[in-house]
Design a protein. Structure first.
Length: 169
């Protein structure tokens, strides 16, 4: 059994991880992020899609059309798994496939307007679920969370910048 340490019942760092501020913070963020995602996922009934398909649709809505190969890299799954998910989403009218104008051998997958609307409804439900969780916090605590989220978001954008061109195709 994993030992619980103070802060919100989050687990102690795993064996082999240094016991310093950086790794302790990373451990708390990791555990809190997983728990927060579970809270957000309680609202996924709004979309009636499983997690992998909702994630795929989100990538397409927020980053634009992508090839199957790029989607497989982004989602960290095989091309056949992406093809299966794309076919399911296409059958629901949530995505379309079109030839790439720059390279007719490549097929691009894009979210349809119906896919965009569905994702926005699901996203709104998730935001409401997280807001319910945060509703008891003070303005000061909310400001701290906004700042922390901004810092993490900045790091994620910076780290992903080098991957964006490869993930386009």
């Amino acid at each position: 059994m994993v030992k619980q340490r103070g802060q919100g019942g989050l687990p102690e760092p795993p064996a082999g991880v240094p016991d310093d501020d950086l790794h302790s913070t990373a451990n708390f963020l990791h555990s809190a992020a997983l728990r927060l995602l579970r809270v957000a996922r309680t609202a996924d009934t709004e979309m009636d899609l499983d997690g992998p398909r909702a994630s795929l649709l989100s990538v397409l809505v927020f980053t634009g059309p992508r090839s199957v190969g790029a989607l497989a890299r982004i989602e960290q799954v095989s091309a056949p798994a992406i093809t299966k998910s794309v076919s399911a989403l296409e059958g629901l009218g949530l995505v379309d496939r079109t030839p790439d104008a720059a390279d007719r051998r490549v097929v691009l997958v894009a979210a349809t307007p119906a896919g965009q609307r569905l994702l926005e409804r699901g996203r709104a439900a998730r935001v409401r679920a997280v807001a319910d969780l945060l509703s008891g916090l003070s303005e000061r605590d909310l400001a701290t969370l906004r700042r922390a989220a901004g810092l993490i978001g900045h790091q994620l954008v910076r780290d992903a910048a080098g991957d964006s061109e490869q993930d386009r195709r």
